[in-house]
Design a protein around this ligand. Structure first.
Ligand code: PMP
Ligand code: GLN
Length: 381
């Protein structure tokens, strides 16, 4: 039994969803929409399942999906990606992250990560032999600066892992911060693993700028996307790795022994969705923005202090500023057990020196669910 995994608790997402199921609570914890996703894609997946091939697709993914990913990122983010040599389809962003860590980290390499961090990163980095160097971000702005990067980077830095838009904070990192991080990557000859699963879920007219597009980063960035997040079907587990050919070859080496492929009907449906999105990439964030605003307004009216959310499915409550004296986890457990609302304590995203004052809520829900959750949370305050 490897010590990295032996004592790991069940992830907080499964813990809280489990409690919500068991107690019949409203689940604003784990991030997934109430809505089942675009019907045209679901039909396509069904058709492809019945009429298409159900045998192994090519190891790097269906050619039409790789072309569709390149087309989408070209139109949406101005990237010029070669579908044959720079894109690999994975079984979700989770597999893409594992492939990146397993193929790019050698034992003893230092890996810079930002807290709050998505819970999959640290165990996988450690299992690959990486030595984590943590940069601690904190509310309300969740920003890093030059001094923080100087303290984390060294001549042993191999990778930096960046998640923007940032789950759970809901921040979209500022261009000047990304430019600063790019300078550090170039100076230290480090590779950036960019978890951009939330790239399509940004609000108030913002545009997502991939770190890959900053000077010096094209050849040293692994960009990770997730169709599950792009199309609001989190169970689909279709992800993308994008990287320059030498990096992509290394990533493909890991991918071929992790999963080798991803179900072909889902790949075909995602290709269709990217090639013919209609107004999806405007309507989806617009709808979520309305939900964000509804939940924020309800919470404020109930006396909660709400932090800004510029992207993701999440908005955060500042508990002390809301008059709550408990730490986030205690409040979350009481809210689900006694008041029937599951949420995620943000301290779960810290490995050291946790921020314990913030509670994450998922607003990708119907108005009725959001309104009922506010009523219940108001009683928990
Ligand atoms: N990274 C982040 C930051 C996430 O929030 C998630 C899922 N919510 C993932 C990775 C995993 O994505 P997937 O479901 O495509 O594996
Ligand atoms: N990414 C989702 C969230 O942040 C959870 C994913 C999972 O449950 N593994 O809520």
């Amino acid at each position: 039994v490897h010590p990295v995994f032996a004592d790991l608790p069940v992830t907080v997402f499964e813990e809280m969803s489990g409690l919500a199921r068991e107690l019949g609570a409203i689940n604003l914890g784990q991030g997934f929409p109430d809505d089942q996703g675009p019907i045209a894609l679901r039909r396509k997946a069904g058709e492809a399942l019945i009429e298409g091939s159900n045998q192994y697709p090519p190891m790097r993914g269906l050619p039409q999906l790789r072309r569709a990913v390149a087309g989408h990122y070209g139109r949406d983010q101005g990237l010029d990606l070669d579908p044959d040599n720079e894109i690999i389809v994975t079984s979700g962003a989770t597999e893409a992250l594992a492939a990146a860590f397993l193929s790019l980290i050698s034992p003893g390499d230092e890996v810079v990560l930002f807290q709050p961090l998505y819970d999959a990163y640290l165990p996988m980095v450690r299992r690959a032999g990486g030595i984590p160097r943590l940069v601690r971000l904190s509310p309300p702005h969740w920003r890093f600066d030059q001094a923080m990067l100087e303290a984390a980077f060294s001549d042993r830095t191999r990778l930096v892992v960046l998640n923007s838009p940032l789950n759970p904070a809901g921040v979209v990192m500022a261009d000047e911060d990304l430019a600063l991080l790019a300078q550090f990557c170039v100076r230290h000859d480090a590779i950036a693993v960019c978890d951009e699963v939330w790239e399509a879920v940004v609000f108030d007219g913002r545009a997502h700028r991939p770190l890959m597009s900053f000077p010096g980063m094209r050849e040293r960035t692994v960009k990770i996307g997730s169709a599950g997040k792009m199309f609001g079907m989190t169970g689909w587990k279709v992800g993308f790795l994008c990287a320059a050919p030498p990096l992509a070859r290394a990533l493909a080496g890991a991918h071929q022994f992790l999963t080798f492929t991803t179900p072909p009907n889902l790949q075909a449906a995602v290709a269709f969705g990217l090639d013919e999105p209609g107004d999806w990439f405007e309507a989806m964030p617009a709808g979520l923005q309305r939900s964000r605003d509804r939940l924020a307004a309800g919470l404020r009216q109930a006396g909660f202090a709400v932090l800004d959310s510029a992207g993701t499915y999440f908005l955060n409550i500042d508990l002390p500023a809301s008059g709550v004296e408990e730490a986030d986890r205690a409040f979350a457990l009481r809210a689900v057990r006694e008041h029937g609302v599951a949420a995620i304590p943000v301290s779960a995203f810290y490995a050291q020196d946790p921020v314990t004052s913030v509670l994450r809520l998922c607003f990708a829900k119907t108005d009725a669910v959001l309104d009922a959750a506010v009523e219940r949370l108001a009683r928990a305050r």
